[in-house]
Design a protein around this ligand. Structure first.
Ligand code: NOJ
Length: 771
């Protein structure tokens, strides 16, 4: 009855006020019943799962809800546990022979023959490393992000990994936070497009295809808003911020079919995300109708007690399950306490059954019951294949952002006599790959020196290379035991000084200098927040000394977050941000520097002038004295160094006046906004047309600008193309803290079109109520 009336209500509403995400809840109300087989629309998968569930013991069910890590202290007990059906999933096992051996235990020797699910952090590649996700977002091209993750899925599945803990879709507006590198930056619209593209890439056309892997959208929710940008610290977010800024990429990923979701480590508004029933049940299941399973983060169930939330491991297990966690990652509170808790009546059997059902359903959809093993020759053929390298290289060139190019210094001519190639990252293999490279083999990586040597092989150009300074790495990364950082080679002050002078001497001898500076691999990612944004160590001094020689200097930045390059932005003629480009770093950087590829990426995050400005993001609300908007600080500008959406090209572009298909549209309708773009330069290049909107008045203040559409296009010299972006009025809806619902509020909207968030071409749009 409830189902019918809710569905009827949905129909009624579909023609009136638009509740953007209400439709999801209409579907959802039935989802749990369908899954339980209490609805005659239950699919074959649901029937299979329900039948299996009916034959499982409580211990076997809890086994499915338990994931253990390769490095967990199980020892020989691991095999025993698999045989007894006490393990549902393993993480970090990645040897295909071992994967098949363990799978054989589960499939052939355990009572119910339930396959194991092998998970790994395939975040930006598996063995072949792709640019980090922040870089993928800088492509402003969802197809590029999808391609990267499709290739990554193919490689990971070739060794038997069928589940990735990605995409990370946490909005991050504080570059101190080390994990900003792992997401799509600051904007919910760009973040949503990147989220769904990555899900499509991982999961492919069909999850049951042997080269598809299950996506896990994470870390639900608000992890990117950690206080002070300090990893794992609490997040305090109003419901307005949460719903309008932090949640949309999750909804987009779920709509794209993401099969699993990871709960976050931190407290959200005082309640740990892993024990937060409002997040994991009310919102995720009831409101959005999520039909995948929820895994905790590493030990985050056990940590509920550290938070001062639960009284001990049993309480943690009980409350995590009640909140909506289906599988526990690495800690063992479920395994150790849930059976007793059920017997004591602390956990209803139905909560266990619901959790197991979602897990089994995912295994079924992956085709693991039918095809549990990996074919061993796939790994031979597919790891770091030429196809993987080509894709990685081309994607690395599409993600670079050109920040400055005075006098057209870039691209460099190949036929100069000599180039000084300087910096601590020029011959480091791990550093250019970025944080999540645990499946990589550093020897596969092409260094910057190697890339330049190959690129200049047929010319007489001499490369004068040296590191100049040692990169100071600070504390070891959390992966140091598995993936040690390169050891410093300059250990005494005298050696450091001599090396610094040697580097500057080489700059003096060369026609042009390329300095490759930035952050080591371990300075971004988990537990790698920074309290400054400057170039670490003595790199800034090296840069200033190189510029002081009077030679033309190109700065190539390798980084996972915006850096404080205010000095460089005034004194270094050419600045190219390549982020962490991955396995083909050297070849991609050489292609960009010498013009075989033209940078066309745009910043997915506002670039501040200094750490004192953060958090700084373009979509802020304007509250007082508009004229003063750039001078909020007594001691400096409050404007960014580079705005969101900014990036140059070796080509130049002009935009004709914008056109809109209508000046009035009713709520529920759409309008087309178009602009003709012309390449006015001498080289082919890409431009990204961006559409921003602003709601002038309503039940709440809205940001000064919000991205609502974009497209990246490629144009040859002289070529013109009209880009038409469809603005669906549903994109103008928002969750109002006054009405407590998502709606489009009729009124006047500003529209801007341009090539960054300072776009100047302007029109207005009157949105009228639904007729
Ligand atoms: C902890 C991280 O927060 C999460 O993102 C990752 O997937 C797990 N560890 C597994 O490595």
């Amino acid at each position: 009855m409830f189902r019918i009336s809710r569905a009827g209500l949905c129909q009624l509403l579909s023609g009136s006020l638009l509740f953007l995400f209400f439709s999801a809840s209409c579907v959802q109300v039935d989802a749990a019943q369908v899954a339980r087989g209490q609805d005659n629309r239950a699919s074959e998968a649901d029937r299979f799962v329900n039948d299996l569930l009916s034959r499982m013991t409580l211990e076997e069910k809890i086994g499915q809800m338990s994931q253990i890590a390769l490095n967990s202290p199980e020892g020989p007990k691991r095999d025993e546990r698999i045989l007894k059906g006490e393990v549902g999933s393993l993480l970090f096992v990645r040897d295909p022979v071992e994967i098949n051996r363990l799978q054989h235990l589960a499939m052939e020797k355990s009572r119910l023959h339930i396959p194991l699910l092998f998970g790994f952090d395939v975040i930006h590649g598996y063995r072949t490393i792709y640019p980090v996700p922040l870089a993928l977002a800088a492509s402003w091209d969802p197809a590029t992000a999808e391609r990267a993750q499709r290739m990554a899925a193919r490689e990971a599945s070739a060794v038997g990994i069928r589940w990735t803990f990605a995409p990370m879709v946490d909005i991050a507006r504080d570059p101190r936070w080390g994990r900003i590198m792992e997401g799509a930056g600051e904007d919910p619209y760009l973040g949503s497009r990147m989220a769904e593209a990555q899900v499509r890439g991982f999961q492919g056309d069909k999850l049951s295809d042997a080269d598809s892997i299950l996506a896990c959208v994470k870390h639900f929710a608000g992890y990117g808003a950690a206080v002070g940008g300090r990893d794992y610290d609490s997040s305090d977010l109003s419901e307005e911020q949460l719903r309008n800024v932090y949640l949309p990429p999750y909804q987009a990923a779920i709509k794209a079919g993401a099969g699993s979701l990871m709960s976050a480590y931190m407290d959200l508004n005082g309640v740990p995300a892993t024990g937060n029933r409002w997040l994991l049940h009310d919102l995720l299941r009831k409101e959005w109708g999520f039909r995948g399973f929820v895994v905790s983060d590493w030990d985050s169930v056990l940590s509920l007690t550290t938070h001062g939330f639960t009284s001990g491991p049993e309480d943690a297990a009980v409350r995590a399950v009640h909140a909506g966690v289906d599988m526990e990652m690495t800690s063992t509170t479920f395994r150790d306490h849930l059976a007793d808790a059920v017997k004591k009546g602390l956990v209803p059997q139905s909560e266990i059954d619901d959790a197991v059902r979602w897990i089994l359903l995912a295994k079924y959809k992956l085709g693991l019951f039918k095809n549990p093993y990996v074919s061993l020759d796939r790994a031979q053929k597919e790891l770091v294949s030429e196809e993987q390298r080509t894709a990685s290289r081309s994607i690395a060139t599409r993600t670079a952002v050109l920040l400055r190019n005075e006098g057209g210094l870039l691209p460099l001519k190949r036929d100069v006599t000599s180039i000084a190639l300087i910096g601590p990252l020029i011959d480091s293999r791990p550093d250019v790959m970025g944080s999540w490279s645990l499946g990589s083999h550093p020897e596969d990586t092409v260094t910057v020196v190697e890339g330049f040597e190959r690129s200049l092989a047929s010319t007489g150009t001499k490369i004068l290379s040296t590191k100049g300074v040692e990169i100071e790495r600070g504390q070891p990364s959390i992966f140091d035991d598995q993936f040690p950082s390169p050891k410093p080679t300059l250990t005494t002050d005298a050696a450091k000084e001599a090396e610094f002078h040697h580097a500057i001497d080489l700059v003096k001898q060369a026609d042009v200098a390329v300095l490759v500076l930035g952050e080591a691999q371990t300075m971004n990612g988990e537990r790698a927040s920074r309290s400054t944004l400057t170039l670490p160590g003595k790199q800034q001094q090296l840069l200033e000394a190189a510029v002081a020689t009077g030679k033309p200097v190109v700065l190539v930045l390798v980084n996972g977050r915006p850096l404080d390059i205010t000095w460089a932005s005034e004194h270094v003629p050419a600045i190219l941000d390549v982020w962490y480009p991955g396995t083909e770093a050297g070849n991609a950087i050489a292609a960009l520097v010498f013009g075989n590829a033209v940078p066309g990426g745009k910043l997915p995050v506002t670039w501040p002038r200094s750490v004192g400005q953060v958090p700084l993001y373009y979509a802020h609300n304007l509250t007082q004295i508009p004229k003063d908007r750039d001078t909020r600080y007594w001691d400096g500008s409050s404007a960014p160094l580079y705005p969101f959406g900014y990036g140059l090209s070796y080509a130049t572009f002009s935009l004709a006046p914008m056109k809109t298909s209508a000046t009035t549209v009713h709520s529920g309708g759409s309008v087309e906004v178009s602009v003709e773009v012309q390449n006015t330069g001498g080289l082919a290049g890409d431009e990204v047309v961006q559409l921003y909107t602003h709601q002038r008045s309503g039940s709440a203040s809205r940001p000064v600008r919000e991205l609502k559409g974009f497209r990246r296009i490629a144009l040859k010299p002289g070529e013109r193309q009209t880009v038409t972006l469809t603005l669906d009025t549903k994109e103008l809806g928002f969750w109002s803290p006054q009405t407590h619902r998502w709606s489009i509020e009729p009124g006047v909207f500003d529209l801007w079109i341009g090539t960054d968030s300072n776009a100047t071409q302007h029109a207005t749009l009157d949105v009228t109520p639904q007729p």
